[in-house]
Design a protein. Sequence first.
Length: 193
Amino acid sequence: MRFPFPSRARLKYKKGAAAFADTSSDVLRTSLNALKESAEGFPPLKGAVGGVIAVWDVAERAKHSKAEALRIARRTQTILGEIAGAVPDPTTIDPPILDSILRFTDLVYEIRRDIEVVVKAKRLTRLTHLNRHERMLTDMRDRLEIAYNDFGVACTLRTAMAHHCTSRNISSIQAKVNGISSVLVSGISHLST
């Protein structure tokens, strides 16, 4: 019994075919732009070529909006993974940092809901709402990065403050230990004389 799996040679050929399709797409696009620029003497041709280029641009933007939504979703997962990896035991988190994590998580879920609208939209809906989706995606990406940066700064400041308080406490304890040590040394030397 033979299975209809492609051989390795055909798989490599398909990769080459995809690269060829990308190259031919670029060549076709460049040719259309050149034809549009050279059609000054024949306005109907220039208008037709301009229309084809405009439709092509809209199709590329629609494809890009879905890809951008998926990129934002992957970035969100990466950020959440970093936070989860940084906190091995959730019971040891300080309440202010926990509040920051919860606020950030709420924003992530809100962005996730908005991303699902773009990703699950049908092709025609993506085309008709293209500008709105692009604005939404730009806004989501900016909000996510700003919130992540704010979260990082807040956690760093809280950690620095905790470190400063700990250092101050250690210095205080060290001074007390030195005081006790000097009293013990003087007491021992007093006893030995």
